[in-house]
Design a protein around this ligand. Sequence first.
Ligand code: NCD
Length: 303
Amino acid sequence: MITHITTAAKFSKEDIKAIFSLSEKIKSQKFNKKLLAGKVMATLFYEPSTRTRLSFESAMIRLGGSVISTENASEFSSAVKGETLEDTIRIVHSYADVIVLRHFSKGASEIASKISAVPIVNAGDGAGEHPTQALLDLFTICENKNINGLKIAMVGDLKFGRTIHSLLKLLSLYKDVEVKLVAPNLLGLPSSLKLELSQKGLHLEESENLKDSLFRSDVLYMTRVQKERFTSEKEYKKYFGKYILTKELARKMKKDAIIMHPLPRVNEIAPEVDKDPRAFYFMQAKNGLFVRMALLSWIFHKS
Ligand code: NCD
């Protein structure tokens, strides 16, 4: 069976345990540097990326594998000539042993997984999901906090923010997690997702107010307003800058809370907060390498 990673909902608690235990070993430099020797990973990116693509590529190389890549597939691949995603996958899967795909349309990796003879890893599908980001986010949370009974505030663009969608799906696997969703009314979490998560027992509460959501949270997860999903600049500007974590606001947070952000940040976290010992976003991004190394090892071990 091929292990496609299209949605965070694919992971069971046992899968996560296995991936995190591997991630810890890798983080402490205990891993086989030739584990994926002879394997080729294709990164097919139709949307911009820094962390996701580079950490995946570095992960593969550090495990002894090789990488082929189109970093700007919308412009530099045959998509320009009108080739469909389906046809591109039909070709690329004969050149690689795993395909890491970032695409602008929701559901793209699901479509690719129906065609591909090698594992598809969703590295972001439009406003859909970003399951590998969710894994590294959860890894960072579990390194620092007790996941059972966790209180987390998720702030910003919860409608289009795919990292949020995937992380919530992972959080719904754990006991007594309380989520405060902080967003402007029109950028709230899609109602179908809210329903799905509530049915799984995740405790969700909605608010438009960042200040009031800071006091009780163990984790503050800030996100960027997803400019590229808006139909007009005017519409985007209505929300831009609505939530900004400043040094002053950070004073209202618990002393042992952690501040996270999938990055890139635009202005959601003032640079003055970077020196705060609770600022974990750069460590979070660094963990991306270890978790993606673990995930690649796990996929090949399973497939
Ligand atoms: C995120 C994404 O691409 O969804 N970035 C990332 O992969 N770390 C978040 C974002 O772009 O806002």
